[in-house]
Ligand binder design. Structure first.
Ligand code: C5P
Length: 398
């Protein structure tokens, strides 16, 4: 699948750099051409000679070597590739990328490229969890930089946690997906996310609590498998992923219209926390307090159920329709009933009692309810829940 593809591989200075030697081998086995670039720190971990030998060509290292125009200039080097891969991406390299620095060859190439960038972070667990790194991750994601890993496990420094670089074959799979060769390549998926805002008057609204984190992670995971994603989002507090088509809406009615306009799709995942009711007649001007102290009476109308509408469409129903069920009690029983009532294929059920910390948090504990039964997943980061769900969707579509 990678035959004839050109990969610019930037190797950062971390102990995981040794795995990049194997990555080069795996990529070349699959027919890809690899142009390696080492940062100065990377040269402390692997030698330019071994990298060049494995890549079967020149290993680049220093910016000013390239100013000699007999050599390939940095602009051309950054554009000649089909994909730019950074493995390992150290905390420092990620900070440079997020900040737009260009003070060595690697960072200059990353600034000058017009190609997709995939990074495989690797660092100590504390460095990964540090607020500065987490800020940089958010910035890079918003800039449409793709991530593979890091994995969780024992680290070279003796600690345990997230920070281990993804294994070479995992990086190869991510490269294939980033090149549009993933298992979802060419498939259209609609994902709804975030809350809806139902106006009371021009300044007030009713809404559900929803950060949009799980829907965003899911859209990103589907995109990473090569899917063409239409991401229909209400006013969420997390930014939408790059590399997907974003349709911003406010109300449930707008969300339904946007979903209908995005059809046909092979799968649709309804992760949005849609308000069940809207105020029947929203006031055109700001409502004022009454001198009598009487609170206004609001009339509500039921919103359309987007999930049920799409699940029951004939023709036009996506092959796989997935809903979410955020419950505070009898989670499984309610979710099962919801699956039957709405006629969707899967329900991703979760317990959102405040004590779980799930709502607005970074982790989720879900039970996947399908025609075959209920499958309880361990409590996992929302990104990991998204990856598992996206892999399940790819498998179900066959
Ligand atoms: O009925 P409940 O709101 O708990 O159902 C949750 C599921 O239904 C979620 O997948 C949500 O996105 C979807 N839903 C919808 N339109 C509504 C209400 C819920 O798509 N009006």
């Amino acid at each position: 699948m990678l035959s004839g593809k050109r990969i610019l591989l930037i190797i950062g200075g971390g102990i995981a750099a040794y795995k990049s030697l194997d990555l080069i081998r795996r990529l070349r086995e699959r027919g890809a051409a690899v142009t390696p670039v080492l940062t100065r720190a990377a040269e402390e971990f692997v030698t330019p000679l071994s990298v060049a030998a494995l890549a079967g060509g020149k290993c680049y290292g220093h910016l000013f070597d390239l100013t000699d125009e007999a050599e390939m200039g940095h602009i051309e080097l950054s554009r000649a590739a089909d994909l730019v891969v950074v493995a390992p991406a150290t905390a420092d390299l990620m900070a440079k990328m997020a900040g737009g620095h260009a003070d060595d060859l690697a960072s200059t190439l990353l600034m000058a490229t017009d190609k997709r960038v995939l990074i495989a972070p690797a660092m100590n667990v504390r460095m990964w969890l540090h607020r500065a790194t987490q800020r940089n991750i958010a910035t890079l994601r918003a800039d449409d930089v793709r991530f593979v890993g890091p994995n969780e496990g024992d680290m070279a420094c003796g600690e345990y946690g997230p920070g281990r670089m993804a294994e070479p074959l995992g990086i190869v799979a991510a490269i294939e997906a980033a090149m549009g060769d993933g298992p979802m390549a060419g498939r259209h998926v609609i994902v709804t996310s975030g809350p809806t805002h139902e106006p009371i008057d021009p300044v007030r609204y009713i809404a559900n609590r929803s950060s949009g984190a799980q829907g965003t992670a899911l859209a990103r995971a589907l995109r990473d498998l090569g899917a063409r994603v239409t991401f229909v989002t209400g006013p969420a507090s997390v930014p939408p992923p790059g590399g997907v088509e974003v349709v911003r809406v406010e109300t449930a009615i707008e969300m339904l219209e946007a979903v209908k306009a995005a059809l046909p799709a092979e799968a649709a995942v309804f992760a949005a926390a849609v308000a069940d009711w809207r105020v029947t007649h929203a006031s055109a001007s700001k409502m004022k307090k009454d001198a009598s102290g009487k609170a206004p009476a609001l009339d509500f109308a039921e919103n359309p159920d987007i999930l049920a509408t799409v699940a029951q469409m004939t023709p036009g129903r996506p092959k796989l329709v997935v809903g979410f069920a955020a419950e505070t009690d009898d989670v499984i029983a309610h979710a099962r009933a919801k699956r039957a009532r709405k006629q969707c294929d899967w329900i991703v059920a979760n317990d959102v009692r405040p004590a779980t910390g799930i709502m607005g948090g970074t982790e989720n504990a879900v039970t996947l309810i399908t025609a075959e039964g209920a499958e309880e997943w361990p409590r996992l980061p929302k990104d990991e829940v998204a990856r598992r769900l996206a892999a399940g969707i790819a498998a179900a579509l066959g």
